[in-house]
Design a protein around this ligand. Structure first.
Ligand code: SDX
Length: 438
């Protein structure tokens, strides 16, 4: 065996094992052979939150957390954000190559043909309270969409998979815009396929009585860039959820609804909304030192900071800061940007953050832009979910085509009671383990 191996000595038995190393990993199943006797199940790895576990092989997105590098299909995010449209990047993520001009035209038409919703989805949307959180509306309506297309469960057929993928990419902005209009009590604006993907989204959000919506080019370009930056990010929490749920052969709409639910958490995609609440709470530069002390005392987190992979500046945050200044030229400066910039400056010079390699992530500045554009904080994570739908679906299809694909089913370390016999209710004693709850 070549020297790309690990030699393991089990000190319990003095036995030695050679385990191959590939791509900087060993196969967890190669540890199962390490036993103390024939009745032993064999060794497993224990890795809560998958801190040091590769769950799959993927060719879609590459991250280098220490260097702060992000590439989609090998292309640096900085180049894609500067030179591409969002649907061009969506094509790249799904197909592995940038499209030719004709391929892009055909792709744009295909997606924009699938922006309409069945009228019954409107009735479903109308059932929500006026103050329903848009992420709850998105989770529910995306899952409900699976009931409108009988072919959605035909996931073994490549053409059918692609049809669902295009349907979802096309319909996400419509669902998001309908939820936005529903909460404001405004009539729904239907898609206009003559417009680009982001201009049509703005049309469904903000058109009033004008016959044709004219999107501000600076704002629609800013949305294109923000959508590109949020499109994929290897095996983050919501993408891992997409792969796990999809591994049971669930349909792609229900699977995407599960991914949206994972994204909604404040430690993940919900952080952009929490950043704005945090900046409003800080209120002014004068209050920053006291807030930073609370963070260092562990009383709260600096939302929008830190990352499981990036131990350097998130390359997306760097680009978003540039986009912010361009947007403010149109919308006027959002004063919260000055508090955010001062927070970043102070944090990046403080030993607590330096030692823990905590830098601004994608969520630190994005909400400030969204708010300047007219979105309320509870819409921010929806703006994350629209573009991330492309990444989720690209990763889902890659998983569906993976020759190693099996249903995701991890094991556990059992820490519960040993075998014990049933106790009749008359003989039971009061215990203090009752879960306190409603
Ligand atoms: C996204 O994974 C992805 O790729 C996600 C994402 C994507 O595109 O899909 O990039 C999008 O989710 C970005 C992250 C958005 N979340 C936030 O901004 C929430 C605030 N950040 C933290 O909750 C945290 O940094 C996480 C959840 C992002 C990462 O957490 P980890 O990797 O589990 O790190 P940890 O919680 O173990 O922290 C290590 C140390 C701890 O201190 P000690 O116990 O060593 O004393 O760093 C501290 C933490 O307390 N720490 C923070 C902090 N983040 C980590 N302290 C203060 N503020 C923070 N934000």
């Amino acid at each position: 065996m070549d020297n790309h191996t690990l030699t393991i000595t089990d000190n319990r038995t003095q036995k030695s094992y050679e385990v191959p190393i590939s791509h900087g990993t060993i196969r967890a199943m190669d540890l199962r052979q390490i036993k103390t006797g024939p009745e032993d199940f064999g060794l497993m790895t224990y890795d809560p939150a998958f801190m040091n576990t590769a769950s799959c092989q993927s060719a879609i997105t590459y991250l280098d957390g220490d260097a702060g590098i992000l590439r989609y299909r090998g292309y640096p995010i900085e180049q894609l954000a500067e030179k591409c449209t969002f649907l061009e990047v969506a094509y790249l993520l799904l197909n592995g190559e940038l499209p030719t001009s004709d391929q892009l035209d055909e792709w744009n038409c295909r997606v924009m043909r699938h922006t309409m919703l069945h009228e019954n989805v409107r009735k479903f949307m109308d059932g929500f309270h006026h103050d329903a959180h848009p992420m709850g509306m998105l989770i529910s309506t995306v899952a409900a969409l699976s009931t409108f297309y009988p072919d959605v469960r035909n996931i073994a057929d490549a053409r059918c998979r692609r049809k669902q993928i295009v349907r979802l990419i096309g319909k996400m902005p419509t669902l998001a815009a309908f939820s936005y209009r529903h909460r404001l009590g405004r009539p729904y604006v239907y898609p206009d396929p003559d417009l680009s993907y982001t201009q049509n989204y703005m049309n469904m959000l903000w058109r009033k009585t004008e016959p044709k919506y004219a999107a501000n080019p600076v704002l629609s370009r800013a949305l294109e860039v923000l959508f590109i930056l949020h499109a994929d990010h290897e095996q983050n929490c919501s993408t891992s959820t997409m792969r796990a749920v999809g591994s049971s052969n669930a349909d792609p709409f229900s699977t995407t609804a599960a991914a949206i639910a994972a994204l909604s958490g404040p430690l993940h995609g919900g952080a952009n909304e929490e950043v704005l609440r945090m900046l409003d709470e800080v209120g002014s530069k004068e209050h920053i030192p006291a807030f930073i002390e609370q963070v260092k005392e562990g009383k709260r987190k600096l939302m929008g900071f830190g990352h499981r992979v990036y131990k350097n500046y998130d390359p997306r945050a760097r680009i978003i800061k540039q986009v912010a200044e361009e947007v403010f030229e149109v919308t006027g400066r959002n004063p919260r940007i000055d508090i955010a910039l001062e927070l970043e400056k102070i944090a990046l010079s403080d030993e607590y953050f330096i030692k823990r390699k905590l830098y601004p992530n994608v969520d630190f500045y994005s909400g400030i832009i969204y708010q300047a554009m007219g979105f309320t904080p509870d819409q921010f994570t929806v703006l994350f979910g629209i573009p991330r739908t492309v990444g989720w679906l690209a990763q889902w299809e890659e998983m569906m085509l993976d020759p190693e694909r099996k249903i995701a089913r991890p094991r556990q370390i059992y820490t519960g009671a040993d075998k014990r016999d049933f106790v009749p209710i008359t003989l039971r004693s009061v215990h203090d383990r009752e879960l306190v709850g409603a």
